[in-house]
Design a protein around this ligand. Structure first.
Ligand code: AMP
Length: 288
């Protein structure tokens, strides 16, 4: 397994693979890898086959963090990540530094961004303005640097993958976007690098997100009519906030294709929610 830290080297490798028609699969991550990330690697390998190469990028992208968010404290563990990637059969780990991705020297400060204008409205954007501008920009850069034929993203970040798919189509990136299902702990908590922030007590309470998704699903599936989103929202908020450390940021029901909110919830809708457990903001989503 090769570790690449320079954009120029990564691009040279990618051009060589493209020239030799070697299939390339990319799984972009922010590191502190867990089994959810490994599932992306497996999907990439399935797509590119033995002859192909699987690249995992590890980059905590400053452009997608707001000024009051956890950029500085975001968990990082490169030795652990390298071991996980090596065990998972990754060919190249691309770990660029900030100076490689957003160089300020010798040229002027970075000033070109990719903005998706429809699906980026609402949901996560209400709480994290500018977040998806940062995501779309770094994903576009990674596509140009690694030149994958397939790129794998997790359904855990549902709005992100919708935006990445749209950007890929709108800007004609020759990349197939694959979505991997959310990997969960035994009690249903979605794996996330941010789970590391939780104390044992908070970790126990964090299962509330998954329980809320299940309760919504159960309510919709046992009802003969659609249910007002406002009613479901207040029931779920109550369910979640019976845990002393949990505070709902948002709960939304929406159309999975357009991401438009649904005032009346029926089967086929999707629920997304963000909940603070202590100081840690967790997100999850699911089909109802
Ligand atoms: P992150 O490192 O959190 O930016 O995530 C990198 C990629 O892994 C994204 O496409 C995420 O959606 C995906 N991912 C994160 N957690 C999970 C999970 N529990 N199951 C599946 N994919 C995940």
């Amino acid at each position: 397994m090769r570790i690449v830290t320079s954009v120029a080297t990564m691009q040279r490798l990618a051009m060589e693979w493209n020239r030799r028609r070697v299939p390339v699969g990319l799984a972009p991550t922010m590191g502190c890898l867990h089994s959810g990330h490994v599932s992306l690697v497996r999907k990439a390998r399935e797509r590119v086959g033995k002859r192909g190469v699987v690249v995992v990028s590890i980059y905590v992208n400053p452009a997608q963090f707001g000024p009051s968010e956890d950029l500085a404290s975001y968990p990082r563990d490169l030795p652990h990540d390298k071991k996980l990637c090596s065990d998972a059969g990754v060919d190249v780990v691309f770990v660029p530094g900030d100076q490689q991705m957003y160089p300020e020297q010798p040229a002027a400060k970075f000033s070109t961004y990719v903005v998706e204008e429809k699906l980026s409205r609402g949901l996560e954007s209400n709480s994290r303005p500018g977040h998806f501008r940062g995501v779309a920009t770094v994903v576009a850069k990674l596509f140009n640097i690694v030149r994958p034929g397939v790129a794998v993203f997790g359904a855990k970040d549902f709005q992100q993958v919708a935006i990445v798919k749209r950007m890929t189509r709108d800007l004609n990136f020759p990349v197939k976007i694959i979505v991997a299902p959310t990997v969960r702990e035994a009690d249903g908590l979605a794996l996330s690098s941010r789970n590391k922030y939780l104390s044992a007590d908070e970790r126990a309470q964090a299962v509330a997100l998954w329980q809320a998704i299940q309760q919504a699903r159960q309510a919709v599936r046992t009802s003969t009519q659609s249910i007002p989103a406002s009613r479901l929202n207040s029931e779920l908020k109550w369910l979640i906030e019976t845990r002393p450390a949990a505070r709902v940021d948002y709960i939304e029901f929406f159309d999975p294709d357009t991401l438009q909110p649904m005032a009346k919830v029926r089967r086929g809708a999707r629920i997304a929610l963000a909940v603070f457990v202590g100081k840690t903001r967790l997100i999850d989503n699911g089909k109802v």
